[in-house]
Design a protein around this ligand. Sequence first.
Ligand code: GLY
Length: 350
Amino acid sequence: MKEIKVHLSTQEKAYNIEFPKDFNSLDERLLKQISGRNFLLVTDENVFEKSPFFNSKVRSFQSPTLLKNILVLPPGEIYKTWETVEKILNKAFELNLDRTAVFIVIGGGIYGDLVGFAASIFMRGVPFVQVPTSLLAMVDSSVGGKTGYNCTQGKNLIGAFHQPETVLCCSKFLETLPLEEVKNGIAEMVKHGILTDSSHFENLEKLSKTHLKDGDCTELFKLVPDSITIKKQIVEQDEKESGIRGHLNLGHTFGHAVEHLSNFEIPHGRAIAIGTVMATQYAAERKLCDWDLVDRIENIFNQFDIDLVCDFSEKEIFKAMEHDKKKKDGKIRLILPKKIGKVEYFEMEN
Ligand code: GLY
């Protein structure tokens, strides 16, 4: 069987997103990627302690010579800070890395963003390899080169565009991923289907009727390359987000308001699903799409068992969105769906 690869080409870099079939293949691919270079591998405690990738003697990264190049850091959004970036940089200095070295990150979106940012500034930029361990990181944050960290003024406000050298997506990480985490990724996959590709949406719709009842991600993972292809087509047209890349924010303006109002108790994927339904309702109220579209989008999230219940009033949500407004010259630009496969910018009325 021909191995699947997605090729992404930007002004900064061209690279492949590859899908090693198991942890042994991932191990081989990583050794090949390092190929004689010095390296720093960063991961978080959850992945290091729980994932069979690190807990098998057959794997290269168990050998003492390679283990010394691994930095294990605590998991969680609260660690997405400059202090963690400094720890990564200090470890790179301790290992005497220079500009010929490569950084590798095995983790979810938080560490993907942090290590990517550290790689963008270490010695004015070294290459890095993304090995996403969550579905959300596979279909979204590991692809496209957005890196950064949170500061007191807000999330991801400091960062850089720094494209990875390669992305290695291995489905085996999904076997130990909690179901709620899988759902976070599904919400982004559904979003990709709404943006540009009705066949991706239809495939997800079919899957939603049978899938996840037993927590098996095999069929879902088969649709991951399609989701990544949609994102890569958008990134290739607009690497630095001056236009169409903003479409990837579908559901995010309403979704972020819901996330904030819940004090982040509503996880990102669920908030984005709720936000996408709200954006579609908003579009239908203005006759920019049919009410059937609202039903269809609501239905797919329900089928995937993504909880759309949200107790905040319309007034509270619009007020929380005002927060966004200040940051965007007093205007909120929403992304609204017109039909499956087509969205457009819409300037919100005051
Ligand atoms: N997560 C949206 C983007 O990469 O642009």
